[in-house]
Ligand binder design. Sequence first.
Ligand SMILES: NC(=O)C1=CN([C@@H]2O[C@H](COP(=O)(O)OP(=O)(O)OC[C@H]3O[C@@H](n4cnc5c(N)ncnc54)[C@H](OP(=O)(O)O)[C@@H]3O)[C@@H](O)[C@H]2O)C=CC1
Ligand SMILES: Cc1cn([C@H]2C[C@H](O)[C@@H](COP(=O)(O)OP(=O)(O)O[C@H]3O[C@@H](C)C(=O)[C@@H](O)[C@H]3O)O2)c(=O)[nH]c1=O
Length: 276
Amino acid sequence: MIKVLITGANGMLGIAISKRLTSVELFTFTSKELDITCAHKVQEKVASLRPDYIINCAAYTAVDLAEEQREKAFKINTTAVEKLAQIAAQYEATLIHFSTDYVFDGTSNIPYQPHDITNPINEYGASKLAGEKAIEMLASKYYIFRISWLYAPFGKNFFTWLTTTDQQQLNIVTSQVGSPTSALSVANFIHHVIKQDPLQYGLYHYVDQGKVSWYEFALKINELAELKKGIHAVDHYPTAAQRPAYSVMDTSKTEEVFKYLLSPYQIELEKVIEGL
Ligand SMILES: NC(=O)C1=CN([C@@H]2O[C@H](COP(=O)(O)OP(=O)(O)OC[C@H]3O[C@@H](n4cnc5c(N)ncnc54)[C@H](OP(=O)(O)O)[C@@H]3O)[C@@H](O)[C@H]2O)C=CC1
Ligand SMILES: Cc1cn([C@H]2C[C@H](O)[C@@H](COP(=O)(O)OP(=O)(O)O[C@H]3O[C@@H](C)C(=O)[C@@H](O)[C@H]3O)O2)c(=O)[nH]c1=O
């Protein structure tokens, strides 16, 4: 049976993937059980369990806080990932890692390709980009999937915030456009990757299909979840970190290589709401 080790198993994506993977021997570790910044602990686990795949769901994801906690963000998203890549290579495990649309500066107006020039405009994006580069340099068998605007019915994300806040009137930005992506959709895809691994290692984009502003996404959630909130469009919402104005990513390489049809974001959102 295929052996899979998951780090950051208590995060939004960690939970979704751990639940979805079936017919594999699964070893899941929360941040408390395995801190990825402790390289010797990671090495010990990998040496004893000898996983075929290491799925790294551990990350520093607080975009605004990263502006003041730069060092911490880089320690988790870059330095620890660098070690993980070395350990994966040493024990011949395939490393599956996730990156972000925030590696782009958002000045494009057509979907970004995986090979397009990156230029992060916040510290979180910079730390994730440096993590990508470390993997590309050090790992031999790896998949990096850039995903975006991740949400799930659990965890801290835009969807759970909107569906649980007591505020009835919300001002939401129109000035950022991207592709909201369900963590459950990513988990289904990762299951597919592991079951039918094409062995074509590299950098890919995985997002649910479609492009919306946060405002349009909020309207859609409001409608489908029947929240009956007042959602108001604003040009600007003050935040510590700058965010790309446009971060839609092209997924055709992923669909081709993995022979996988990606679905529209509205369909994935409906599934999440039905499951509530
Ligand atoms: N959320 C999003 O919108 C997007 C996320 N991504 C990427 O997807 C991946 C998963 O993100 P997501 O699930 O949303 O993130 P979460 O913040 O929900 O989960 C991250 C997990 O990592 C854990 N963690 C943090 N530091 C360490 C550490 N040193 N050792 C081990 N575990 C640690 C956290 O534990 P604890 O809570 O205890 O700190 C948490 O459980 C990340 O690589 C992220 O960059 C990409 C695009 C969009
Ligand atoms: C709370 C709030 C936020 N906003 C804006 C702020 C921001 O521009 C936008 C989204 O805010 P959030 O903080 O939810 O999302 P953010 O943390 O920017 O989400 C990002 O997380 C990281 C981890 C990623 O990798 C990205 O792909 C992306 O998903 O919504 C409003 O317009 N109105 C509001 O009331």
